[in-house]
Design a protein around this ligand. Structure first.
Ligand SMILES: [Zn+2]
Ligand SMILES: [Zn+2]
Length: 128
């Protein structure tokens, strides 16, 4: 009887682990899907547009680098292509390496014109 119990416990434990792993995968898919609903399918750095198969190259970057911080309004997300996403992270590593006055005086980059639509609007306007 006791051996039976042990087996049941192991079974339920591995099921919990599997579920947790599953949930994590689901969560990653969900926040990407949610980000893709909120934001236009354009890389926030290089401005390339994505659709169809190419959409796989568009990734969700977490502005504060905390992948568990997923506010429903998407304020912690930024859509970046895989190349710019790579850059984004390696640039931060460089910044960390120069951890001096420079980094403390660094401004939040939103102010430096995160406006993926600005050019698009001009283009559309000029066409007409
Ligand atoms: Zn890009
Ligand atoms: Zn990222």
């Amino acid at each position: 009887m006791s051996s039976n119990n042990t087996r049941i416990n192991i079974d339920s434990h591995s099921r919990i682990v599997a579920e947790a792993r599953h949930n994590r995968e689901q969560e990653e898919k969900t926040y990407r899907a949610r980000a893709l609903k909120i934001y236009p399918w354009i890389c926030g750095r290089c401005g390339r547009e994505f659709s169809g198969k190419k959409l796989r190259e568009l990734t969700v970057h977490h502005r504060d680098h905390n992948h568990d911080n997923n506010p429903p309004d998407g304020s912690n997300w930024e859509l970046l292509c895989i190349y710019c996403h790579d850059n984004e992270h390696s640039r931060d590593e460089v910044a960390d390496a120069y951890d001096g006055e420079a980094s403390s005086g660094r401004e939040p980059e939103q102010s430096s014109g995160y406006r993926p639509f600005a050019d698009l609007e001009n283009l559309l306007r000029n066409k007409k």
